[in-house]
Design a protein around this ligand. Structure first.
Ligand code: UDP
Ligand code: MG
Length: 319
């Protein structure tokens, strides 16, 4: 531990993608939080680390200006947009040897920073991961709420362990981060990777608010892609489901075969069955295409993993 006087050194990792509208306020609030905590709970050397995930607006400029004024602000600028999960990963990689624990929080101030103090107490008590989860989702739209519930249910059904209503607002000790960095996968879905690692963890509930300014950087398309990533990265159940479906269809077609033979020899009027020919063609056609699609998804993933491209590329660093 890098602890000074028994106080943990904390790094706050903030991924930012086109957040110029909210960033000045974020910097103020997080700086205040850090100052307040330094007075009691955490080491004087604790710092903020902003990751600019290839923003196209004034995000980097805003961070640079803030870093000139405050020595506890550090930053990494990606060469292009590599996505939220990779930004968090870069953050963990940077801070792992420089801190005792890291807090990850979104730049849009949706999360309630006031719950972190309790989290740090848990870390001091020997807990390794603190998940901050939402008590309720009243700030989200009906659509986001419903799809989120469906997603968590589906993940549970597929046997993937994931903390209900927890996103990427969490505290982790550096030994957890070190383990995380040994996971070499390109397709990242951090919120399922932490439960996979084990360690002692706790859940603290927060009231998640609406975004302070700017728009969500997760439009529907990105959200769906992310959910898909989560499912296919952590579960091979869809593949197994298809195998089972294939077996069921096969058994049914054998039964149907018996039935047809029975009707042919013992039935009263043998109508050449149009339906019984055409329906299975559509059914099996659909099933086959669907199965190839699912298998293809996983092959696509293997393709990406085998190439093992870097998960992010850093352009600049402010120490
Ligand atoms: N983000 C990022 N790269 C991206 C998309 C988002 O670093 O490609 C950051 C974003 O700036 C924010 C966090 O990830 O700090 C969560 O995004 P957002 O708040 O837009 O998602 P939502 O809360 O709407 O799900
Ligand atoms: Mg948000």
């Amino acid at each position: 531990m890098i602890k000074d006087n028994g106080k943990p050194k904390i790094a706050v990792i903030i991924p930012c993608y086109n957040e110029e509208e909210v960033l000045p306020e974020t910097i103020n609030i997080l700086s205040d939080f850090l100052e307040r905590m330094k007075a009691s709970e955490i080491s004087e050397d604790s710092f903020l680390l902003f990751i600019d995930d290839g923003s196209k607006d004034n995000t980097w400029h805003t961070i640079e200006k803030a870093a000139q004024i405050s020595h506890f602000i550090k930053a990494i600028k990606f060469s292009r947009n590599f996505g939220h999960q990779n930004a968090l990963l870069a953050g963990y990689e940077y801070v792992v040897d420089k801190c005792d624990a890291a807090l990850t929080i979104d730049a849009d101030l949706q999360d309630d920073i006031n719950v972190v103090e309790e989290g740090i107490k848990k870390i001091n008590d020997g807990c390794d991961i603190v998940y901050f989860a939402r008590k309720r989702r009243s700030a989200d739209s009906w659509f986001k709420r419903t799809t989120a519930v469906l997603f968590y249910k589906l993940m549970a059904l597929l046997g993937v362990e994931i903390v209900y209503n927890h996103a990427d607002f969490r505290l982790t000790t550096n030994r957890v981060q070190r383990e995380l960095l040994s996971f070499r996968e390109v397709n990242l879905f951090l919120r399922a990777m932490f439960p996979l690692m084990g360690f002692r963890s706790e859940i603290i509930y927060e009231d998640r608010k609406e975004r302070k300014a700017g728009e969500s950087k997760y439009p529907l398309k990105k959200m769906l892609a992310f959910a898909f990533e989560g499912i296919t990265s952590f579960s091979v159940m869809p593949l197994r489901f298809i195998t089972v479906l294939g077996i069921i269809v096969f058994l049914l077609s054998i039964l149907m075969g018996f039935y047809i033979v029975f009707v042919k020899f013992f039935g009263h009027s043998v109508v050449p069955g149009w339906a019984s020919v055409v329906i299975p063609i559509y059914l099996l056609g659909g099933l086959t295409i669907f199965s190839i699609g699912v298998a293809g998804e996983y092959i696509g993933k293997i393709y990406k993993e085998v190439k093992a491209r870097p998960r992010f590329i850093v352009d600049k660093v402010i120490e």
